[in-house]
Design a protein around this ligand. Structure first.
Ligand SMILES: Cc1ncc(COP(=O)(O)O)c(C=O)c1O
Length: 418
């Protein structure tokens, strides 16, 4: 049984040769140029096993895993069932520290700051409930943060008497200063924390996390960043965001097994965060105090390693540029129609994969249904707060003919109306 980072890894067995060969053909090109190289991306597309009967443009919800990750899961699951307590706790668990190291390398941080768990929700709940806050302390977030975490803050408000102040934004906004100023204006002497979503899931706006964090630190506040839609998509290192806490799912853009996530806590903050699940030494500075999860899926955990291999095979920057290219590809083909509206900026600094689209005279649900029933295109209808659109999210395996079909479908639905 080879580990994900050994010479005999499944990635090396299944994909390394074809991806390395494809990389050699584009090594002289910039990431922007590689984004348009269909021969290169056809190699990546072939690594996925997605259904030809459906065009899946809701990768923002959850993404499929490439073949190597699926096979790793199956292989580890079979092994675990050969004798669970021995193979899970004595064999698969040996992969935990190498995985921490490799994920840290991908995140550009110290391995002693990284925990892997089940998803972004678990990570953010750990941070939100782990922070020591008292009645009257204030937290600033926004109404378009993710509901699970808004609910976690609301629960703290009910239980501990903290004040949770949620800002409203009308996205898209193509001005970082306007966003930073909105958070700064909401700060009071009682504010302790700013919660910011790196990429707003409803419409794909990229938030200026680093600028918000620098401003917050000048006021002595801490910053929690929800990176569910940015990690393994945008090319950044977590410490470069200057936040104090960062959380992400790994089953979105990393294409890791479904039910995997990661939490990052700045080293000097680890001691003061209470673990969500009790630990014998809750005030420890050891990040492993957050991993007292009990019996969990070792196959899922170890499958993450092969997703990291696959990601490193492509490279973060190439992936970011390709997915942004795919988003722009369809978006630019539908904007000419006078009934079609985009909810997302197409400027590279403000969006990447996600883009919202609506059609005058039709509800998001009607558009989403028409796309599915007439064209077998899967998207998601969003009617939330001030957002009314269909959210569209391609991934590295998305093919241009699929986006041609999607753009044609939007134009035809807009022309036909009700
Ligand atoms: C911005 C954002 N944060 C967090 C989450 C939660 O992710 P998970 O379901 O993996 O916990 C999502 C899910 O879509 C999200 O969009």
């Amino acid at each position: 049984m080879a580990g994900a980072f050994s010479a005999n890894s499944l990635y090396n067995e299944l994909h390394a040769e074809s991806i390395s060969a494809a990389n050699r053909t584009v090594d002289h090109l910039s990431a922007l140029d590689v984004a348009k190289d269909e021969d290169y991306w056809s190699v990546i597309q072939q690594a996925y096993t997605t259904s030809p009967n459906l065009i899946n443009l809701n990768n923002g919800g959850v993404s499929p895993a490439p073949r190597v990750v699926q096979e790793a899961l199956e292989r580890y699951n079979k092994l675990a069932n050969e004798g669970p307590s021995y193979f899970m706790w004595e064999i698969l668990d040996q992969g935990r520290e190498p995985l921490r190291e490799k994920l840290a390398e991908l995140a550009g941080c110290d391995k002693e700051e990284v925990v892997f768990n089940r998803n972004a929700t678990e990570s953010l709940n750990t941070i939100i409930f782990g922070l020591e806050l008292k009645a009257g302390d204030e937290v600033i977030g926004c109404k378009l943060d993710y509901p699970n975490h808004m609910n976690a803050w609301k629960q703290r408000a009910l239980r501990d008497g903290i004040h949770y102040n949620q800002l409203s934004f009308n996205f898209p906004i193509e001005n970082d200063d306007e966003i930073v100023a909105a958070y700064e204006k909401a700060i009071t002497p009682k504010t302790k924390v700013i919660h910011v979503t790196h990429v707003i899931n409803w419409v794909g706006q990229i938030m200026p996390v680093r600028k918000i964090a620098d401003m917050a630190h000048r006021h002595g506040l801490e910053v929690v960043c929800d990176g569910a839609h940015s990690f393994a998509l945008l090319d950044f290192k977590i410490p470069d965001l200057h936040c104090d806490y960062f959380a992400t799912s790994l089953h979105k853009f990393l294409s890791a097994p479904i039910g995997s996530g990661m939490m990052w806590i700045k080293k000097e903050k680890i001691t003061k965060i209470w673990p969500l699940l009790g630990n014998g030494d809750p005030r420890s500075s050891n990040i492993r105090k957050f991993e007292t999860l009990g019996t969990r899926s070792f196959p899922i955990e170890q499958g993450i390693g092969e997703a990291v291999n696959f990601q490193l095979g492509i490279g973060n920057k190439r992936k970011e540029e390709r997915v942004r290219y795919l988003k722009n590809y369809w978006a630019e083909r539908v904007t000419a129609h006078q009934k079609v509206k985009l909810w997302t900026s197409l400027k590279p600094e403000y969006s990447c994969a996600i883009c919202g689209v609506s059609i005058e005279g039709l509800s998001p649900k009607e558009i989403e249904r028409a796309l599915f029933l007439r064209y077998k295109i899967h998207t998601v209808a969003i009617e939330y707060e001030n957002v009314k659109c269909v959210r569209v999210t391609p991934h590295v395996y998305t093919r241009l003919p699929e986006l041609d079909k999607f753009a044609r479908a939007i134009t035809e639905i807009a022309t036909a109306g009700k």
